[in-house]
Design a protein around this ligand. Sequence first.
Ligand SMILES: Cc1cc2nc3c(=O)[nH]c(=O)nc-3n(C[C@H](O)[C@H](O)[C@H](O)COP(=O)(O)OP(=O)(O)OC[C@H]3O[C@@H](n4cnc5c(N)ncnc54)[C@H](O)[C@@H]3O)c2cc1C
Length: 380
Amino acid sequence: MESFDAVVVGAGPAGSTAAHLLAREGVSVLLVDRAVFPRDKPCGGGLTGRAARLLPCSVDAVVEDRIEVAEVRLRYRSSFQRRARAPLALMTQRRRLDAFLVDRAAAAGADVRDGVKVSDVREDALVVGGREIATRALIVADGANGPTGRAVGLGGDVVHGVALEGNAPYPNERYRSRMVLEFAIVPGGYGWVFPKGDHVNVGVGGWQSEGPQLRAHLARLCTEHGIDEATVTEVRGHRLPMRRSENRIARGQVALVGDAAGLVDPFSGDGMYEALASARFAAAAVQELLAGRVADLGGYAAAVGRTLVPLTAAGWGAKLAMDRFPRATFACVRLPVTWRVVEKLLLGELGHPGAARGADRAAVRLIEALARRASAEPAA
Ligand SMILES: Cc1cc2nc3c(=O)[nH]c(=O)nc-3n(C[C@H](O)[C@H](O)[C@H](O)COP(=O)(O)OP(=O)(O)OC[C@H]3O[C@@H](n4cnc5c(N)ncnc54)[C@H](O)[C@@H]3O)c2cc1C
């Protein structure tokens, strides 16, 4: 039977990064995906500054724009804009980014097999394209709808949001290098206009129950931003898995990473930072396991608990505050001191809002107070 030190199921940003990091350290690693690359993934394609810091390699070759200005809006009426100290996000397209990262993982030494069926998954073996393969560690990175976590009895207790996005020609040059966020237009979410090389990406996301209304929300977003709805192409939706509790994401020699672990940020709906961070933690834990220094991947779950759980908790709070008290929350975010915290978070200079100090801490407390009131007084 063929065997590897590690097998990674799913080759999105989480899986390809984990495979890349392991291969680079000389670990024999197999990266498998049921799709044939390049493949698309519904996504705004915005790699925040904090996500970009965690990439295993430069992705300049597939970056189409950089966000220099954030334009934050409330219900198509009030708005403010802030010029950033450094790019808040790199704008790419997932078809290009994911294929690029898979290529880089292969170049680092990972054995990449795409377009293959994965079945009969156990902790120490699985069937890939009809052939049984043994492994000493298994990283599950098969995304929001992946079946592998369930097959090994991990995951669960995830709340799903849903988002819909599409591409349209630039309505005008104002949208270049600018990230437009429209709050309080979708319950449990927001709308966006993101710049790409020769088009904009428009999208809306919110609570899963908003699914049937998302097309109408997207149409309104387009109208308000001077985009002819008829010109929007490649419209597609996907689920956003948001972890509610510290659900089980590792056991023995198996770890769930990225969307497969439900790590999407509840407020922003972003998941690439969490995908990359969890991939890094998982790769480090697998190396410890393979070296015989630990008996299982429990260290991975602990690292996620220390690093990502405080961010997720703050994200839930901000989401509730914006849903319940949109005007007050928007007014808070508009304050220069609060925006400074948001900018630090996006750039990866602050791990999570609770780590803010001094005046920044006071700004975070304002949002926390709104979040506490929102959870005490749910909407009528
Ligand atoms: C509309 C929308 C917009 C978004 N915009 C942003 C954004 O701008 N910025 C951001 O940071 N995040 C965004 N997100 C979230 C982001 O897309 C995800 O968090 C991210 O893709 C997670 O990466 P991943 O590697 O965990 O999973 P994925 O990227 O979903 O990759 C999973 C891979 O697993 C494969 N797979 C699935 N099942 C199997 C199987 N049985 N066997 C083998 N392979 C399998 C799939 O083919 C896929 O390649 C958005 C999400 C949505 C829905």
